[in-house]
Design a protein. Structure first.
Length: 265
């Protein structure tokens, strides 16, 4: 009888562990799914909508990228890095803001947001392109041969948009101290064939992201995120916390289960 009781206790414990792991798996799946898409808060205006911009550059007229659901979660679009090619190209898709002739766009060092490199000035128009690279010593080059004279701490950087009133909006919302609002939405390509102004058609691939900006601080802006849109390639977000969080959460649950078992014993 004693052996049967011990065996029964083991079976109960194993079943409890299996249930715990199943719960962790389900929670992990839901968190990962949540990170794959996000609700994108976009306002409306009489101008071409962000979805309209995506549709206009897509051959066939309907983009697979949904401007209202497919933006990266805010926690994932703050910091970026150039991928293994060492070169990142940026193309201005459209600029239909009232500040179009004065807005400037560039990148900043994530360790010091005041360390910046401008990529586009106010004179840039749709179809303009620039290539950026960060050397092993941190020096930032544009168009392969132009040393900007600015050094970053490493390969990590963020994007910024600066307006005429000298207000700077950052991809890291925590740096937008003037209104504490997210001014940039990022969208990853899904394989559509697109054609940007003046360029041959090509694939909007997974390593290319559209960055859509609102250039007026809250509460004055309409937040339609169509004021300044660029396509950046050979980059990737540097913060991917969901899988780690899932495992950490799972470890915590298993630890709690273990403590509960010891207390029962």
């Amino acid at each position: 009888m004693k052996n049967k009781s011990v065996q029964h206790d083991r079976e109960v414990k194993n079943l409890s562990a299996a249930k715990t792991l199943a719960i962790i798996s389900l929670l992990g799946s839901s968190l990962i799914t949540g990170a794959a898409s996000a609700a994108c808060v976009t306002g409306t205006s009489a101008e071409t909508s962000l979805q309209g911009i995506f549709d206009n550059i897509t051959q066939g007229g309907v983009s697979s990228v949904n401007a209202n659901t497919d933006c990266l979660p805010e926690a994932l679009d703050s910091d970026w890095a150039i991928t293994g090619s060492g070169l990142s190209g940026t193309t201005l898709v459209i600029e239909i803001a009232g500040n179009a002739n004065t807005n400037t766009f560039g990148v900043y060092d994530t360790t010091n947001s005041a360390t910046q490199v401008q990529l586009f000035d106010g004179a840039a128009s749709a179809g303009a392109q620039v290539v950026m690279s960060i050397k092993a010593d941190g020096s930032v080059f544009t168009n392969v041969i132009n040393d900007t004279g600015v050094n970053f701490a490493g390969n990590n950087f963020g994007f910024y948009l600066k307006t005429l009133s000298n207000v700077t909006f950052f991809s890291d919302t925590a740096l937008n101290t003037m209104d504490e609002v997210d001014h940039m939405l990022a969208y990853q390509g899904k394989g559509d064939t697109i054609q940007l102004p003046g360029l041959a058609a090509g694939t909007w691939s997974l390593n290319e992201y559209a960055l859509a900006w609102e250039d007026v601080k809250a509460p004055g802006g309409d937040f339609d995120f169509n004021d300044f849109v660029v396509l950046v390639e050979s980059v990737e977000p540097t913060v991917v916390p969901v899988p780690a969080a899932v495992w950490l959460f799972g470890s915590g649950l298993l630890g709690m289960v273990g403590i509960a078992r010891r207390r029962r014993s």
